[in-house]
Ligand binder design. Structure first.
Ligand SMILES: [Zn+2]
Length: 130
């Protein structure tokens, strides 16, 4: 490992993991859709139903993102142990230190990441008009 101190990265990743887990728990406590249904009572109409659906979608997107982040962090920790932390998974080139500091759980170098993001943008139609 070059200039990146792996211990420093590890504790940073653990810290991030803790924060994400905590916010997931908080989110579950405060934003359960069941509670929203209760507040609205049994007589909710179509408009209320749309709100509930929206909250549920937001929740699953949020938790999906958080689960993905946790997974990425776990994988980064594993790569730190394996000594492959700074190697791009796609092209075997070294991931720049600047990029690792900005996105400590990244698996790809800047080039590959940009490549994947372009592919993803093409694969998933945007919900917003650009
Ligand atoms: Zn790469």
């Amino acid at each position: 490992m070059k200039n990146i101190v792996s211990q420093e990265v590890k504790s940073m990743l653990f810290e991030k993991r803790k924060i994400i887990l905590q916010s997931t728990k908080d989110g579950m406590k405060t934003m359960r859709s069941g509670e929203v249904r209760e507040i609205l009572g049994p007589g909710f109409d179509e408009g209320d139903m749309a709100v509930i659906t929206q909250i549920e979608n937001m929740q699953s997107t949020l938790f999906g993102n958080q689960a993905y982040l946790i997974k990425s962090i776990d994988e980064a920790l594993k790569r730190l142990n394996d000594g492959t932390y700074h190697i791009c998974e796609a092209c075997d080139n070294e991931i720049g230190e600047e990029r690792l500091r900005a996105v400590p759980f990244t698996r790809h170098c800047r080039n590959c990441q940009e490549h994947y993001e372009t592919l993803r943008r093409m694969a998933t139609p945007s919900r917003h008009v650009l």
